[in-house]
Design a protein. Sequence first.
Length: 236
Amino acid sequence: MAKILVVDDEKNILELVRFNLEREGFEVFTALDGTLAIDLAREERPDLIVLDVMLPGMNGFEVCRELNRDPLTSGIPIIMLSARAEELDRVLGLEMGADDYVIKPFSPRELVARIKARLRRARPGDNREMEQLQPARMEFGRLVIDEERFAVYVDGVRQEFTPKEFELLRFMARQPGKVFSRDFLLEKVWGYDYAGDSRTVDVHVRHIRQKLESLPESDQPIETVRGVGYRFKEGL
């Protein structure tokens, strides 16, 4: 039974989401504010978090950032809820490490479907056959991608990557020199059901580059292919 933490300061929304998730067999925990949400996430280690943006005190963006910084909770998928549909808010949520962004008012059935899809992608062993064909540790000069530890190192120093940043870098690193379109990366890394647009990929690539800025230009792993997308540099 998957455990879901739902965070919202509106009790009617909490109960609506709880009812629909429990009907599908999920174990549900709820929190009305960000501080309690972080405590519950650390204590219960849920399989997924549904997180509202507009919370009293610490807002959802801050909660998301804190959860992704903590080794205990950094791998937990987060779906953000917000009544604010502006592109800037969606981008900010993704920058803080969210995996998906759902606009209020929302369909409970759609939210449950998104949760199920996200859990399928996050569940270890879903791509076991593919994983067995891939190295657990990929080394590219000063850059190391350690799949067992879900970690990226530069000169032996671990870099703070969000789960999606890691997945994106790992996906491209497995096929150096191959060019991937933004839409293809969205499908493979975020999932076919993801409702965002291709700029999501650009945001994550920019963050990856910032976190690897200590590498010289010649060793930067992600290259832009103008008019097409991105590729992981060959020969590193």
